[in-house]
Design a protein around this ligand. Structure first.
Ligand code: AMP
Length: 212
């Protein structure tokens, strides 16, 4: 099995595709956004990180790298990972290479999901999650049966603090400026495959993964 990295604009569906791969192949999904959101919000670090997330700004590389290292170290030797949200810039890409070689792990495949701005924008603005069972919904594309209530467990759905029009624009600009250059970086490394992130996405990803 291959260790995978997703590169895509914010709200392009990295999390959704990762969840499907977890179900199908038993991957471990490592989202640095989730790792950061899981820091105790009452702690000093949690407060600082949540402020940055709310503004759409990147969190300090060292904090993210530390969380990532801890998570990678917790993997069993039989487990494979999907990285989502890291690296976000060239510095992090180099740090990732060093970290993986230190841990005797490899990155085998980088999937770039192509999603137009307007669709990513709508996916972000419609995104709702269940804080209890973590089920994911979207007001526009996958609404719950009863407004704002989780179909699975009845909890009230929540939206992310950074899924608003202003912050989405900041996050998208950060993507264009800092993360997009990674597409060429991994293309040169011979690891990149581009996939349509709008139509038949999961089927396309499965064939890419099974391609030798
Ligand atoms: P995401 O869940 O990937 O959309 O990330 C949400 C937010 O978490 C981002 O807008 C950043 O503030 C922060 N974040 C996630 N991953 C990273 C990273 N690799 N480096 C810096 N900040 C990150």
């Amino acid at each position: 099995m291959k260790n995978i990295l997703f590169i895509a604009p914010p709200a392009a569906g990295k999390g959704t595709q990762s969840d499907l791969l977890v179900q199908k192949y038993g991957y471990v999904h490592i989202s640095t956004g989730d790792l950061l959101r899981n820091i105790d919000p009452q702690s000093d670090l949690g407060k600082e990180v949540n402020e940055l997330i709310k503004m759409g700004k990147l969190v300090d590389d060292r904090i993210v790298l530390e969380l990532l290292k801890e998570k990678l170290l917790s993997l069993k030797s039989s487990e494979h990972f999907i990285l989502d949200g890291f690296p976000r810039n060239l510095t992090q890409a180099k740090e990732l290479e060093e970290l993986l070689s230190e841990l005797n792990m490899s990155l085998d495949l980088v999937i770039s999901l192509n999603v137009p701005y307007d669709i990513a924008f709508k996916r972000a603005l419609g995104r709702l999650n269940c804080p209890n069972c973590k089920a994911a919904y979207n007001k526009f594309f996958k609404p719950s049966k009863v407004n704002d209530i989780c179909d699975a467990c009845g909890s009230t759905l929540v939206s992310r603090t950074d899924d608003n029009p202003e912050t989405f624009k900041v996050r998208y600009e950060a993507y264009m400026e800092s993360t997009m250059p990674l597409i060429d970086y991994y293309k040169n490394a011979g690891k990149l495959v581009e996939v349509d992130g709008v139509n038949k996405t999961f089927g396309r990803i499965v064939s890419v993964i099974n391609d030798d």
